[in-house]
Design a protein around this ligand. Structure first.
Ligand SMILES: NC(=O)c1ccc[n+]([C@@H]2O[C@H](COP(=O)([O-])OP(=O)(O)OC[C@H]3O[C@@H](n4cnc5c(N)ncnc54)[C@H](OP(=O)(O)O)[C@@H]3O)[C@@H](O)[C@H]2O)c1
Length: 257
């Protein structure tokens, strides 16, 4: 089975590639240096030459490119998965956010992800759009909550963490496993993948648990109430374990604090 993967140089795609390979798939990574997403006919020829059985579009590329790949997958009835983001939702009105809720984002990244979702589902109504939250991993550089908090500590001498924010978040290995399940079952439509959906831990508790589990002894976690948002992505199938499975200190933390 061949899995076409975009965004291979990114944060999450290598984790997905590793998980797919361990399940016996052959991963074909899109090399944008060799096949430009701007060149539609080159893209189509390249896709035709590979004929993937599954497509996972993780790259943060153009909307046109997302549409082109979705159209290709639709034409060949190939399961297609796109990773969207919790950022399609604004903090007013507050969450938790369900798949059917209005995507009222005001920031440019959220608007871009919303436009990708629309382009993909218009081109391929049987595509799967998985909205995910902030990703966590002990090792992956890039957009990773653990390393972001390292940077905050380094720059600001503290990790400011709002107890009024319940983030959507998951460990990358769990997200990767969920994405493969969605592809393998040819899931259709918008789904939410969030390890914090049921437990609803606040960011301050999560930061303290990360500090303990990953031995970030130098972190000075300072609780604030600066960002108020129940950002959880609820209503998805139970494809990821709850956060406390990975962050055991959260087992002893009430979700109010
Ligand atoms: N990490 C998170 O916490 C998080 C949270 C919510 C949603 N997501 C979504 O999950 C997906 C993967 O996230 P990620 O953290 O792995 O992203 P990332 O680290 O930012 O990587 C994105 C990858 O997209 C490709 N890319 C970047 N700019 C591009 C451009 N202008 N045109 C075409 N391709 C471009 C690059 O891969 P190549 O050079 O290999 O093409 C890049 O490494 C993304 O769709 C992201 O929006 C991630």
């Amino acid at each position: 089975m061949k899995l076409l993967l975009t965004g291979f140089n990114g944060t999450l795609a290598p984790v997905l590639a590793r998980a797919a390979t361990s399940q016996g798939a052959t991963v074909i990574a899109w090399d944008r240096g060799a096949v430009s997403p701007e060149d539609a006919s080159a893209c189509e020829a390249w896709l035709d030459s590979h004929r993937p059985d599954f497509v996972a579009h993780l790259a943060t590329g153009s909307i046109d490119w997302a549409r082109l790949i979705a159209r290709y997958a639709a034409k060949h009835s190939v399961p297609f998965l796109f990773t969207s983001s919790v950022s399609v939702f604004h903090h007013i009105p507050d969450g938790p956010h369900r798949a059917v809720d209005e995507r009222d984002t005001e920031d440019s990244y959220g608007q871009y992800k919303r436009a990708c979702e629309d382009a993909i589902l218009e081109s391929y109504p049987d595509a799967c759009v998985a909205r995910i939250g902030w990703q966590i991993d002990p090792e992956r550089p890039g957009n990773n909550m653990l390393f972001a908090l390292d940077r905050w500590q380094e720059k600001e001498g503290r990790v400011s963490a709002s107890r009024a924010w319940r983030p959507a978040c998951s460990f990358m290995e769990d997200t990767a496993s969920a994405l493969l399940q969605l592809l393998g079952t040819a899931a259709v439509g918008i789904t939410h993948v969030d390890s914090n959906a049921d437990e609803g831990h606040n960011f301050a508790s999560i930061a303290r648990a990360l500090k303990q589990v990953f031995s970030r002894h130098a972190w000075n976690v300072v609780e604030t109430e600066e960002y108020v948002h129940d950002q959880r992505l609820v209503g998805g199938a139970k494809l990821v374990p709850p956060l406390s499975v990975r962050l055991s200190p959260l087992r002893f933390t009430s979700n109010d604090g």
